[in-house]
Design a protein around this ligand. Structure first.
Ligand code: 3EB
Length: 353
């Protein structure tokens, strides 16, 4: 597989492993998301020349930094536009935008984080219009202190206001055809957003067990979150599934508020429902739990063992999973799980349990 041209694929590896990859491999990297509480921006950039989101989150299942690296094919072009760093091939564009809220002052109408989110998303949409990659596959959103309240509104809800305003400002749908996403909290750091976009429209997938997030009622904030439960992208012979952050929500309600085992089971039931829908829409119904690559965001590190046991049980074998400490966007959610599947993965770190 090493030298075969793959349209879009991801690899999870440590920064040390990245640096050992041959140059011809590194040249095909579109971009990366690196989770680390130790490595700083310049240490990261010294290793990875491609656009890279640094997310200050602790890995729980192993000591090392873990980077999700997205690779493309053919000739890659790199650029910068405003605060966005991007790389693209002919089919796909990966970008990263980092914005500090300090750049924005609290106005009469808009809060700094809301403005930062709106500005970031507006920049992304403008770039994609200019370079002609109109279809968003997936957003990864990382927000400091996601659950704290300022200006009378939880910060996640402030983010949702700015995000939706940017979609509306660019004439994009805020209901129906919206990208897959996740939104997680860290203890510090600027608003950090990574995204993948392309030239073919994905199929956007919802979960029949859940109210679509873009139709969540007002009790979850003045604006609904703008994301779908998954996106299914066809690139050449490959079908890639991006499963959004998924939690213990049925209808629009959090279930099992203080029971991490039950929340894990409910989350996996939701993932299975999304997979079933993806299989119904896919040209080949080949998605199953054992083929997913999971990232598990855990609110309380002490819950790791319980979540891991439950996930292993649900998958029916050792899952391919990375565990990170993160805050989830509702106070009562103890975990969120996201996944990708369908594309060839070139390698994956061994689980050490
Ligand atoms: C949920 O289902 C849990 O705001 O982009 C999951 C995935 C969640 C994405 C987002 C939020 C987001 O509502 C939270």
């Amino acid at each position: 597989m090493r030298d075969k041209i793959l349209p879009l694929h991801s690899t999870s590896l440590s920064l040390a492993e990245f640096s050992k990859q041959p140059e011809r491999w590194q040249k095909r990297v579109l971009g990366a998301i690196c989770f680390s509480t130790e490595i700083n921006e310049s240490q990261m950039q010294a290793v990875i020349a491609a656009p890279c989101a640094r997310v200050p989150m602790q890995r729980l299942d192993a000591g090392e930094t873990v980077c999700e690296v997205w690779s493309g094919s053919g000739q890659l072009t790199q650029g910068q536009s405003n605060a966005i760093h991007y790389r693209h091939d002919d089919d796909v564009l990966f970008g990263v935008i980092t914005l500090s809220e300090i750049l924005f002052t609290a106005g009469v109408e808009k809060m700094p984080l809301q403005q930062a989110a709106e500005s970031a998303y507006r920049q992304v949409f403008a770039l994609l219009d200019t370079l002609h990659y109109p279809y968003l596959f997936r957003f990864w959103n990382y927000i400091a202190d996601i659950n704290s309240t300022s200006f009378g509104l939880e910060r996640y809800r402030q983010f949702n206001l700015g995000r939706q305003d940017a979609f509306l400002a660019h004439g994009r749908d805020v209901v129906g055809n919206v990208p897959a996403a996740c939104a997680l909290g860290s203890s510090q750091g600027p608003l950090t957003i990574a995204f993948l976009a392309g030239r073919v429209a994905p199929l956007y997938i919802e979960n029949a067990r859940q109210v679509s997030a873009y139709q969540y009622p007002l009790q979850y904030g003045p604006r609904s979150p703008t994301f779908s439960r998954a996106s299914l992208v066809r690139l050449g012979q490959d079908e890639i599934l991006f499963l959004s952050g998924t939690a213990s929500i049925v209808g629009h309600t959090t279930l099992h508020p203080a029971d991490v085992v039950a929340q894990t089971r409910e989350t996996m039931t939701n993932i299975e429902a999304v997979l079933a829908e993806a299989n119904r829409l896919a040209s080949q119904p080949c998605f199953d739990l054992s083929s997913l690559h999971f990232r598990v965001y855990v609110r309380h590190p002490t819950d790791l063992a319980k979540i891991r046991t439950e996930l292993t049980h649900c998958v029916g074998g050792k899952p391919k999973a990375v565990y990170l400490q993160a805050d989830v966007c509702r106070q009562d959610l103890l975990l969120e799980i996201e996944a990708t599947a369908g594309h060839p993965f070139s390698s994956f770190p061994t689980n050490r349990d």
